[in-house]
Structures are given as C-alpha cells and as structure tokens.
Design a protein around this ligand. Structure first.
Ligand code: G3H
Ligand code: 13P
Ligand code: ZN
Length: 307
C-alpha cells in the first residue's frame, strides 16, 4: 500500500478513541521490526525519522527503505519527520516523499513558533503533506530543544488553542510531564492527565505525546544482566499511557523502548554466543526484541486490529 499521511491515520484514531504509535528508525533492522509488527497486529503505524537518524543513515536511504516496506504491507503507514528543526530538512524530507513532518520550534517564543510553524504548514499543505508542531517544553531534552530541566514548561491549554488557530497545524505535541530518553522521573512517574483533558476540550486536532516510552523494567533488567549500566532508568507506566489516550492523546512517540529492547536482545545473544561474529545473527536477535516491543505497544495503545 502507498504511504498515507499522518492526518489520515490520526483522524481515525481520534474518531474511534485509540492511540497510534510513532516509532523511530535509524536503520533497516528497526524499520523491518516495526513494519512486520504492524502487519501482524493489523495496526496503522507512523515511522518517524529524526534529524539525527538522517545524519546517521542518509535521508535517501531511509526514505526509500520505508517506501519499499510500505509497498509490502496492507496497513496504513506514514513516513514522518520527528523533531524537524531546520527548514532545509523539512524541504528535503518533502522532496524525498515524507507524508508528514514535525516542525519543532518549541524552544522559541510563542510568536516565533507561530511564524516558523505557519511557514512550514503553508509549504506542506500545498503538496498534501501534514504537519505536527509542539507547544510547551518537555523536561530534560537539552539535546533536542536546548532547554534545561528547570526551564521545562507544560503546555498552556489556551495558548495551545490560539497556536492551532494561528498556524493551521494538523497535530499538536503537548508537554504534560514526560521527557525523552530513559531517565524520565526521579520520583513517582506522573503525567498531567487533567491538562490533556483541558487541551482536548479546546483543541480539535489530534494531540501527540512525546517521551512516552515505558522503559520496560524486564527489558532494563535483561540488558543489565548482560552488562548494561542503566541505574535509575524509569519511564511512563502503561496505565498512565492508557489514561493519556482516554484523555485525548492520539499519537504516542516511542524510541527509547526500541533502543533498550534492541540492546537487551543483542547483549543477551552475544553473551550466550561468544563465538558468533555474523552480524545477521545478533542484529536479527535485536530485531526480534524490537518487533515484540512494538507489538506490545500496539496492543497497549489499542491500535491492534484497527487497520
Ligand atoms: O525524540 C527524539 C527521538 O528519540 C530521536 O532521537 O535525535 O537521538 O535521533 P535522536
Ligand atoms: P522516548 O524517548 O520516550 O522514546 O520518546 C521518543 C520521542 O518522543 C520521539 O519524538
Ligand atoms: Zn519527541
């Protein structure tokens, strides 16, 4: 099936009250794991590519791989830029066939964010590409938005409404207590579910939860058993993800859980098979772990069986 837009996928999710995962890829193994999981679960899926992934693999390699993958399956699949920070990256992604883009100017002032986002919306909508933007700042994401934990700002519902009206954006990422990576909470994990509800009341477009990985304890344990050092790693518990979807989240971004799953699979395999040096063996094991994690997420989000 040809690639579809993020909007097509999320409009159905919003209407029917389920969430759709946006899973990050950097290479063939993660892509195959995600797409095979989606096909087996009969779930729509969003494949996300960050600027870091483009720098690592090359945008043309990743875009073509995803198009090949989409052609092999029957589920709706969108190819999405994750945290696009640069105009040239957005333009290049659209040229390479991405069906949706995130423009992340959440580290700028409200006015600048509106101006930058509107420019991207104009370009993208002219060619049928849908746009996600972000308002508010996630905690602990120095590497992505250059703000410190102290400067984190949860999304103001009225500002969100004004932002959507001014920009015409198709999906909105909100800051409600999550952060990227494996160390999300020092104390008890807590999302501001009430804030999601308020935003949802005022904003009619699908809402996006970044930093949504669960940092699955069993996976962390397994990786640590085989040498990883991940002390203090903690993510968003499954029940809070369910609550967030009920409150109005439609797109859920997952990267860290895939990284940790891959790591656990590869570490275990290499430890158990010290004589093996064929990369297809250990990368294949990592891929199996990623696939299983994606399948679990699709069931958790309620997207299984919806394609
Ligand atoms: O939210 C960001 C994603 O986890 C991508 O991370 O910029 O290291 O590729 P990255
Ligand atoms: P995690 O680090 O929680 O997986 O979040 C990923 C993300 O938000 C990608 O945009
Ligand atoms: Zn993110």
């Amino acid at each position: 099936m040809a690639l579809v837009t993020m909007k097509e996928i999320l409009d159905d999710a919003r209407k029917r009250g389920y969430g759709v995962g946006a899973f990050n890829i950097n290479n063939l193994e993660f892509l195959k794991a995600i797409v095979e999981a989606a096909e087996e679960e009969k779930s729509p899926v969003i494949v996300a590519v960050s600027e870091g992934a483009m720098n690592y693999a090359g945008i043309e390699y990743l875009a073509e791989l995803v198009k090949v993958a989409a052609g092999k399956v029957s589920i709706p699949l969108a190819l999405h830029v994750d945290h696009g920070k640069h105009w040239e990256v957005i333009v290049s992604a659209i040229r390479h066939g991405f069906t949706s883009v995130m423009i992340d100017a959440s580290d700028k002032s409200f006015e600048e964010n509106v101006e930058i986002t509107s420019k991207v919306v104009d370009l993208a909508h002219a060619v049928g590409v849908t746009v996600e933007a972000e308002i508010g700042r996630l905690r602990g994401v120095e590497d992505i938005v250059n703000v410190s934990e102290r400067e984190a700002v949860l999304t103001d519902p009225r500002e969100a409404k004004e932002f959507v009206e001014l920009t015409g954006v198709d999906a909105l990422a909100v800051a409600v207590g999550t952060s990227h990576g494996a160390y999300k909470f020092k104390g008890e994990p807590k999302l501001d579910i009430q804030r999601i509800r308020k935003i949802r009341e005022l904003v009619q477009i699908p809402l996006v939860l970044h930093g949504a990985s669960g940092v699955i304890p069993e996976i962390v344990e397994l990786a640590e058993r085989y040498g990883a050092k991940l002390k203090g790693a903690r993510g968003v518990p499954d029940d809070q993800i369910k609550e967030a979807i009920k409150a109005g989240i439609a797109k859920i971004n997952i990267d860290t859980d895939l990284r940790l799953s891959f790591l656990a699979g590869v570490r275990e395999y290499l430890h158990e098979n010290p004589d093996i040096f064929d990369p297809r063996k250990y990368l294949g094991e990592g891929m199996k772990f990623v696939k299983e994690t994606v399948r679990m997420k699709m069931r958790l989000f309620g997207s299984s069986g919806k394609a």
